[in-house]
Design a protein around this ligand. Structure first.
Ligand code: SF4
Length: 306
């Protein structure tokens, strides 16, 4: 797998030479990781009892104004890893007792991550989860085929104006529809192990934003239309917290109400989606890992093996 001389691996197509510089995502050609955490708050079929080994990458190809990982997404803080070093870390995490390998926002490192995954193929027995923002090209996602067991993309927006204003990506709706459709064609059916961990499938996450119920309802209808490609699980998230937002949009300065969330959850139920809902009280900033300047690896922690 080669990395393009001029980067066009995500829809931004910055054409940056990442050996010497960076584009919108802020990253060069080395993988940047801030943290490998034992994460117990993902969907139950991803976290299981012992937690998921969550790899938090620095930088991002989206620019969400409310991002709860903004400490590492807006500027790529962390440590650089070569493909070989990253593959060693994957093996170590997979052997740590965690239930899954959870790659959080890997899109802007897709070629390097896939090269590392192909180096360790057959030596990782836990599912590999591609936990992305949904803003990715099918051409690039083809690299993940056979290397990723579970796709867990966001489907944030059906409204291009909103996507432009809140994530600097007005083309997000059509890009995400194509990406999720492609993921569904790769993993059309949810398959579970006896331990209840999802071994294969697609979980589509939608974060319900306060004041933008129509956007959410249209996302659900658009996802419903994609079911001709496969059957996704739906994770309807109520955990938006205004702690990370400092702009002028009054909607984003509050949490979602129980009424708003219930209306969206009712629509999901009427469309017959299976999956996960959240309590509105889950909207707490304490679920965000404590990102620091230095790289940290928690998978050594003996508590994971209990
Ligand atoms: S991965 Fe980064 S440099 Fe490449 S096109 Fe996307 S934002 Fe630009």
């Amino acid at each position: 797998m080669s990395f393009p001389d001029r980067c066009d691996i995500c829809p931004r197509a910055c054409l940056a030479d990442r050996r010497t510089g960076s584009g919108f995502c802020g990253c060069g050609d080395k993988i940047i990781l801030n943290r490998v955490s034992v994460h117990k708050w993902e969907e139950p079929c991803v976290s299981g009892r012992r937690g998921s080994a969550a790899f938090f990458f620095g930088g991002c190809s989206l620019g969400c104004v409310y991002c709860q990982n903004s400490a590492i997404s807006r500027s790529p803080v962390g440590k650089e890893f070569s493909v070989q070093e990253f593959s060693d870390l994957l093996l170590k995490a997979a052997g740590s007792g965690c239930e899954t390998i959870n790659l959080v926002t890997p899109t802007h490192f897709t070629p390097q991550v896939c090269e590392a995954l192909s180096m360790v193929r057959g030596r990782i027995s836990v599912p590999v989860v591609w936990n992305s923002g949904g803003y990715e090209l099918t051409e690039t996602l083809k690299l993940t085929e056979g290397l990723v067991d579970v796709y867990m993309p966001d489907f944030k927006y059906s409204d291009g104006e909103l996507a432009g204003r809140l994530s600097n990506a007005p083309d997000y709706p059509e890009i995400a529809r194509e990406a999720i459709g492609f993921m569904l064609s790769l993993r059309p059916k949810a398959e579970y192990g006896e331990d209840g961990i999802l071994r294969r499938g697609v979980i589509v996450r939608h974060l319900c934003l306060p004041g933008y119920r129509e956007n959410s309802l249209r996302v659900l209808r658009e996802l419903d239309a994609l079911r001709v490609r496969g059957e996704p699980l739906l994770s309807l998230m109520a955990q938006y917290t205004p702690d990370f937002y400092s702009g002028d949009d009054k909607n984003l300065r509050r949490r979602i109400t129980t009424f708003e969330y219930k209306k969206i959850a009712d629509e999901a139920a009427s469309l017959g989606f299976e999956g996960f809902t959240q309590d509105v009280t889950s909207a707490r900033a304490t679920y965000t890992p404590p990102f620091g300047e230095e790289f940290a690896d928690e998978t050594d922690d003996k508590r994971n093996k209990k």
